[in-house]
Design a protein around this ligand. Structure first.
Ligand code: HEC
Ligand code: HEC
Length: 268
């Protein structure tokens, strides 16, 4: 063998060894799941909350519960302190949003674990209907939608809301925004429970059930963090992006909707 042939043979041998190892490694451990799937209790809808996941997924549970911590967030935005009012910071909101719930109470958002406490103590509740719970966790889907479709959307708020033991604490509002808001409780795969989002995406020709893993990472957040309105017929949730992705197109889409007609403008 010439020197060149020896070098080539060496390279081929190294490659064969390397890729051989990769193939054997993948074959031996095709799916290296560091997370072990646990059975989550469905008793009294525990799977809608957070406590039912505590023992099975301590790392994720404890990390999620960090949302409870008060104080400024290190990012300089938000944080989980209660009652930081945009209306106090910008009094013109009272006039600009007259006839619209943002003129009644409009506080800085805080961590997800507070969603129940903040909604149940909101001055905006009367005379809201059940559709208000749609973005406060998967009760809307795991209880209501599976039982009777969108019927809950027209119920009075107090009848539609998930049960709670203390409306002032995170523990007392366990069945609000829990792990099932983003995970299928049985497989822990990412899921979108919010049927208004699923329906609106379908109207745009996008089938959520066919979404890639990477798209799901966005959709789980987008199902709630989204502009929306309630349909006049049955109160179901719809999203203006069915009119288009551009702000101007969404504005057109919103024109006939009552929620976007502040009293101030009507008077003129
Ligand atoms: C079930 C609906 C829902 C889903 C799903 C959801 N959010 Fe939220 N999010 C909320 C609500 C409601 C609040 C406000 C809670 C409050 O102020 O009590 C909020 C608040 C926030 C805040 C403000 C926190 C702060 O301290 O200022 C951030 C940031 C945020 N969400 C990001 C995300 C991201 C990222 C995802 C996806 C991984 C996500 N959200 C998924 C409903 C949702
Ligand atoms: C706001 C949405 C949201 C909530 C609420 C949420 N998760 Fe997740 N979770 C995610 C996302 C997004 C990922 C990353 C998934 C991915 O990239 O495939 C994830 C990943 C995980 C993983 C997999 C981690 C890994 O290493 O593969 C586990 C387990 C998990 N979450 C458990 C929980 C538990 C338990 C709760 C409730 C205490 C919870 N999650 C609440 C969005 C959420």
């Amino acid at each position: 063998m010439s020197k060149l042939q020896k070098i080539l043979a060496g390279i081929v041998a190294v490659c064969a060894l390397f890729f051989g190892f990769v193939v054997v490694r993948l074959g031996a451990a095709p799916n290296d799941d560091s997370v072990k799937l646990a059975k989550i209790s469905h008793e009294n809808y525990a799977h809608v909350g957070k406590e039912a996941y505590k023992e099975a997924y301590p790392l994720e549970y404890n990390s999620y519960m960090k949302n409870n911590q008060g104080g400024e967030s290190p990012t300089g935005y938000g944080g989980s302190d209660p009652g930081k009012s945009y209306i106090e910071m910008q009094p013109e909101i009272k006039e600009n949003f007259k006839g619209y719930k943002f003129s009644v109470q409009y506080d800085v958002a805080r961590g997800h674990t507070w969603a129940g406490v903040d909604q149940l103590n909101s001055q905006r509740i009367p005379p809201q209907k059940g559709n208000c719970i749609v973005c406060k966790g998967s009760w809307m889907y795991d209880k209501w939608y599976k039982e009777s479709g969108w019927d809950f959307a027209s119920l009075p708020f107090a009848e539609a809301t998930p049960p709670y033991t203390n409306k002032d604490t995170v523990e007392g509002t366990d069945l609000y925004m829990g792990c099932s808001s983003c995970h299928d409780p049985d497989t822990m795969e990412l899921r979108v429970y919010q049927q208004g989002f699923v329906e609106s995406m379908a109207l745009k020709g996008i089938d959520i059930s066919k979404a890639s893993h990477n798209e799901m990472r966005g959709y789980v957040c987008g199902q709630c963090h989204n502009e929306y309105y309630f349909m006049a017929e049955d109160g179901r949730v719809r999203h203006p992006f069915i009119g288009g992705w551009e702000p101007e197109e969404q504005f057109q889409q919103d024109q006939p909707k009552a929620e976007f007609q502040p009293k101030l403008r009507k008077k003129a």
